[in-house]
Design a protein around this ligand. Sequence first.
Ligand code: TXA
Ligand code: MG
Length: 380
Amino acid sequence: MTVVTEVFQVDPENIDSAAITAAARALVDGRLVAFPTETVYGLGANALDPAAIDRIFAAKQRPFSDPLIVHLANAEQIDQVAINIPDVVTSLAARFWPGPLTLVLHRAPAVASNVASGRNTVAVRVPAHPVAHALLVACALPIAAPSANLFSRPSPTTAQHVLDDLDGRVDIVLDGGTTTIGLESTVVDLTATPPRLLRPGGVGVEALRQLLPDLIVPETPLVVAEAEAVSSPGTLLKHYSPRASVVLLRGDAEAAQRCIHAAAPVLHERGLRLGLLLPDEELNGYTDIPVKLVSLGPAHDLTVIGQRLFARLRELDSLNVDVIVARAMWERDETSELAIAIHDRLYRAAEGRIFDADNPRVLEWLLNITSAVSPESTAY
Ligand code: TXA
Ligand code: MG
């Protein structure tokens, strides 16, 4: 079913209360509202209304097995959505909320069961974005909101990205500009003993360990076999995928350049368009070959790279490239808490294809990726 999507501009520093009132009324009526958070745009619906929640799954074409995050205006509302809340939540909330941390807790019966895909748990966060906050206060409801993209497309960091995927499928879009973090929240499961990191994000592991010293952090990237993914669905490999096939190249800039220079003419010959997603410092090595160059930002400015990553993957899609080569530069970077989250998203976009640029077989693998699977990716 299609609807006419209304778009309201809302300046985060000078909030238009008429737009917020209209959006809050839509939520109360069981309709869908996309809104900015500090991480990515969310596609919101009343978490207490199962029919409204079904509309989210339909609009996103999201499998019903992948549960949603419930958003609250403030931590005091947590008793409306969760039960048997462990004491540590008080200190986690004081330290990290509002902000990009999602906690998985035991679900209160009032929360629609389809929010949690039938589980007895619920994921909860209090977003820091002023527009999200104003909306949550105005509707006075817990709001379930996954990222406002079609399933398996990169998460939206602008209102235009939301419209590109969901125009005609969402009732209202609140346009509050580009989101500041650009990567989704960190998800921690507090129903597991010891607690477990399910998704790396804006809140880093070191900071979390100060309050959760026994936090289990699975080997990065956080990838599980599809069968096991039922317990932590967001860890499915093909979760953040642009339309093109993505490959990550590990190694120094010169090795990557040699490899890409060898591959580019062959791909060109085969009629395949090649896109490169590179840090600014490496761009000038590729001006003489037939590729679409997209810059991610300065290699060491992970704030900027996090903000841009999903937008740049969408940009490469709109350039109609068939193959995207990106650099795996942040895999073992411990200088920033964002590095692990950035690598995780790139790795998923690449569906696990990560090659050493100086491996003698790298050209063969690279040229085969549209048809064959590499030796490394079959390990997952
Ligand atoms: O930053 C964010 O978290 C954004 C904004 C809009 O808040 N939302 C977001 O939602 O990224 P979504 O649906 O794209 O990702 C939700 C993640 C998924 O990995 C999902 O599997 C996990 O949270 N999740 C939700 N409920 C869960 C539950 N009860 N148990 C385990 N994982 C859960
Ligand atoms: Mg998502």
